[in-house]
Each structure stands twice: as C-alpha cells, then as structure tokens.
Design a protein around this ligand. Structure first.
Ligand code: SAM
Length: 334
C-alpha cells in the first residue's frame, strides 16, 4: 500500500525533479550571472547512491511515478547514464510500473550522449532553445553553441527520446520577435515547442513584470500565422494547442499570467539534497543531512511528507505577498 503525498490543499504529488548539479556550461542571461557563481563544493553534492535512495523512498512509499533530471546542466555531471539506469530500475509503489525518467538539458552535448541515455532507460527529453539567430544565441547564453544544440535536438529525435520538447523562455525585447520562427522550427522538425513565461528566478535580478510576454500574446502571434485550437489540459503545466493543419502541437507554460499552482504535483530536490515543495519555496528540508546521519527509510519518508504538508497554496508572483527565493533557477533545478 502506498501513502499518497498530499499537501494541505489536497494536491497529490507524483512528480519529482532532481537537480544533479548546480554547474552549467551555459550562462543564460535570464538565469545565471556571467561570472561569480558560488558552486556547491563537490562533497556537498548528493552522490548517485544518495539520489537513488531518496528517489526510491519517494517512488516506493508515495507512488511518485515520474522523475525528471535537471540542473544546472545535467549532462555536465560525469556518468549521467549510470544515474539514469539506477532510477529507471525503480518500481512505483502500488502499481509496480517503472518510473517515467525524463531529462531537461540545454542540448549542447546531447547528440553524443542521447544513445547511452536511452539505453540506460531515459524515455523523454526537453531541450532549451530560446533563439534561432546565431548572434542572439551568443548574447543570450554567452556561449557559441547554437549548431550543437540543434544537432542535439536532432540526435534526441533519432535516438527515439520522443516526444522531444523544445522549451523557449520568451522575454520582451529579447526574443519575442521569434515566436513564429520557433513555432515553425518545431513544425518542420516534428518537435513540440513550449513557450515559457519568464519567471523572477534570474541570478542578476533583471526580471520585471513588463518583460513577461504572456500566454495571450504568444498564442495570438502563432495563431495569426499557423492557426491553432486549444487541447484539453492534463496534469502538465503546459496549455496545449493543436495546429489546425494537423502538423503537431505547441504549448505555453503560463507560470506568471495563469499560474497552475492549484494542480501542481511536483516536488524538487536540489543538487545538495534540499527538498523544496515549490520553485518559489523559501523553506527547504535537508534530506542530505538525514541520509548522511544514517536516517531510516521511515525517517526520510516522514521528512518528505512534512515538506509537502507545508506547501503553500501558490507562488503569488505579481502580488504584494510575493517573496523572491534566495536561490536562482540554476541553483534550484528548473
Ligand atoms: N540546463 C538545462 C536546460 O537548459 O534546460 C536544465 C536546467 S534549466 C534551469 C531548466 C529550464 O529552466 C530551462 O528550460 C530554462 O530555460 C528555464 N529557466 C531558467 N531560468 C528561467 C526563468 N527565470 N524563468 C523561466 N524559465 C527559466
């Protein structure tokens, strides 16, 4: 018998996001500073065995059935397929089904690792790509890697890691003139593009509400060129739209203008083993300390349940009560 992971608002949690490193080979302006990140010392980063143990407790005790590896950039962690293999072998409590293992990556080295990740048990991949223009890519990521990212997307499709999704953070005056080009890119390559509203989680604290390009504007821009119609929204945060000509779908993740906190089913583990019930949490539960002090599975499970029980109703971006978390996106795990 599993014990569902329910919070004070009745939300059942089934999705665990695991940051495997806070380090990244890009420096996206909307996420990280150009220089001066304080990296977590390696001794404080969870080992693969520690991640596997925490994941196992979540999966077996609470019926978590979906685990996404993220970061920082997860592919910069050595031997990532070994971790994927450990997680892919877990069986969800209650159903006995394998866990759905997914990855979010910037794609720069994906082509060379996609096959190994698939063979280890990875099922799906999301690749971040915010512009198709080489000069703008360098400005945004502070790296000259556009060709490699596109090769990584193609490599993931060829490796069968589908449906491959491409995540685009849209920012006014930065890349909002490329919404239609990026939608066309997805249609041509057979990948699902998802436009994400920019959230106040950048290390440089440049986020402003008027730089957020909202869902309505994104949908109108696409619909004017490639007519779309809404699809039913599932558990995913993305609002989904089908192209009326049958050439796939496109999504918007409207975290700011239409928050989906009331259906949130996610918890997050940072690279150094802090459990967060929300991207915007200001409190964390130190699972690494418990694991390293020799806590039992029961004690770990109680700590996870306690973290979720205290989850807030919502993040309140744009309201006076909003509190910006101390960590930026790359330090939490997006
Ligand atoms: N390095 C990997 C990548 O690039 O996908 C995984 C980590 S990254 C932090 C995860 C996702 O968060 C990416 O799609 C990225 O674009 C997104 N992201 C980062 N900062 C963000 C912000 N301030 N608002 C919205 N999305 C953000």
């Amino acid at each position: 018998m599993i014990e569902p992971l329910v919070d004070g608002y009745g939300r059942v949690h089934r999705d665990l996001r695991v940051s495997v490193t806070d380090r990244c080979n890009f420096r996206c302006t909307y996420c990280m500073p150009a220089e001066g990140m304080d990296w977590i010392p390696r001794s404080e980063v969870l080992t693969f065995e520690e991640i596997e143990r925490i994941a196992r407790v979540c999966v077996e005790r609470f019926g978590i059935d979906s685990i996404r590896l993220t970061g920082g950039e997860p592919t910069v962690r050595a031997h990532l397929p070994v971790l994927v293999g450990k997680i892919a072998r877990l069986r969800t409590g209650g159903t006995g089904e394998p866990v759905d293992v997914a990855l979010t990556t910037n794609g720069a080295t994906l082509r060379s690792v996609a096959g190994d990740l698939r063979d280890a048990g990875l099922r799906r991949v999301n690749v971040s790509l915010d512009t198709l223009r080489p000069d703008r890519f360098v400005e945004l990521t502070r790296r000259d890697e556009l060709d490699h990212v596109i090769e990584g997307i193609d490599g993931a499709v060829e490796a069968g890691l589908g449906p491959v999704k491409v995540n685009v953070v849209v920012m006014r005056g930065v890349n909002d003139d490329e919404i239609v080009d990026l939608a066309a890119f997805g249609r041509d390559r057979g990948v699902t593009v998802r436009f994400i509203e920019w959230m106040p989680l950048d290390a440089d604290q440049r986020w402003r509400s008027d730089a957020v390009v909202g869902q309505a504007e994104i949908v109108a821009a696409i619909d004017a060129v490639f007519p779309i119609e809404p699809l039913a929204r599932g558990h995913q945060p993305a609002e989904r739209f089908a192209y009326r000509d049958g050439r796939g779908e496109v999504g918007v993740i409207p975290s700011v203008t239409r928050p989906f906190c009331d259906t949130c089913d996610r918890i997050r583990l940072t690279a150094e083993g802090q459990l967060r019930s929300c991207l915007f949490s200001v409190d964390e539960v130190d699972l690494r300390a418990l694991v390293r002090q020799g806590a039992s599975d029961d004690e770990l499970a109680a700590a996870v349940a306690g973290c979720v029980a205290d989850k807030w109703a919502g993040h309140m971006i744009g309201q006076v009560q909003f509190i910006r978390p101390r960590r930026s996106m790359s330090q939490i795990g997006g």
